[in-house]
Write a protein that binds this ligand. Structure first.
Ligand SMILES: C[S@@+](CC[C@H](N)C(=O)[O-])C[C@H]1O[C@@H](n2cnc3c(N)ncnc32)[C@H](O)[C@@H]1O
Length: 255
């Protein structure tokens, strides 16, 4: 996620030892830095085009990586953050490679999610934490747990059913806000978060009322966090059942 500091020694060694490196990075500076590590780094960014389905682009990424693998090369795909988080091609290329009998493996990385916990001081174990791709939340019936954190990814192009737009506008975000307002008050404070991608940067943390979300600029690389809106509700029935078990144990009756 952050240039230099977040690359694990093991990931670095895979990059250096491969024959060809494919780079699915969000930042030209990070790509230039990667190029200093290996003589054959091929950018995957040029496959993106406004108006072209991202799904087509992601299938093409799998194909170009597989072509080199089938030609007998050791191939390394480098993706920002964790390659397996909100990323289709890395999972797919590993699945395809294995199905064709090649050894393939994913190295975990430091995700925007990891940075978010650190920068915002959130422990997902405290109240629980749900993660949703923002468009999926709109397109499918999901149940939000407002006693825990809810993290929304890809809000910058929420509601883009074509998968072909880089951003969607305020009207689309208003649909998201309308849906969220079924569970949250409109003055609920949401956090719009951007992790630092360069060591000289600071994380960007903006706190706005839910109703403001359609009206702020929201770049593709930002993530939205909804903090809990209510306290945890005790489950009295389960607590009573556990108390009965405890009483039996105390009485020496095997549970
Ligand atoms: C295709 S996903 C890739 C996520 C990436 N694999 C990871 O592990 O962080 C893109 C989404 O990740 C989130 N994201 C990407 N860069 C970010 C950053 N610098 N700070 C916060 N969230 C970011 C945003 O929600 C964005 O829409």
């Amino acid at each position: 996620m952050t240039l230099g500091s977040h690359l694990t020694p093991l990931a670095r060694s895979h990059i250096v030892q491969s024959d060809v490196v494919f780079a699915g990075l969000s930042d030209g500076i990070v790509e230039a830095w990667l190029q200093r590590m290996h003589p054959d780094v091929r950018s995957l960014q040029s496959y993106y085009r406004e108006g072209k389905s991202r799904q087509t682009t992601y299938r093409e990424w799998v194909e170009v990586m597989m072509t080199e693998l089938r030609a007998g090369k050791r191939v390394c795909g480098v993706f920002y953050g964790h390659p397996g988080i909100f990323a289709w091609s890395p999972h797919k290329v590993i699945e395809t490679a294995r199905a064709e009998g090649y050894a393939a493996h994913m190295e975990p990385g430091i995700s925007a999610e990891d940075c978010l916990y650190a920068d915002l001081g959130i422990d997902p174990g405290r109240f629980g934490c749900q993660h949703f791709e923002a468009s999926q939340l709109l397109l499918f019936e999901r149940r939000l747990d407002t006693a825990g954190y809810v993290v929304l990814w890809q809000v910058g192009h929420v509601g883009d059913r074509s998968l072909a737009r880089f951003t969607t506008g305020p009207a689309y975000r208003q649909v998201l806000v309308d849906l969220l307002s079924q569970d949250y008050p409109l003055d609920h404070e949401v956090i719009v978060y951007r992790a630092a991608t360069l060591p000289i940067q600071q994380p960007r943390v903006r706190r706005v009322a839910l109703r403001e979300l359609p009206h702020i600029e929201l770049p593709a690389e930002e993530t939205v966090v909804l903090p809990p809106a209510r306290t945890l509700t005790p489950n009295r029935a389960v607590q009573a059942r556990l108390a009965e078990l405890d009483a039996l144990e105390e009485a020496g009756v095997p549970a």
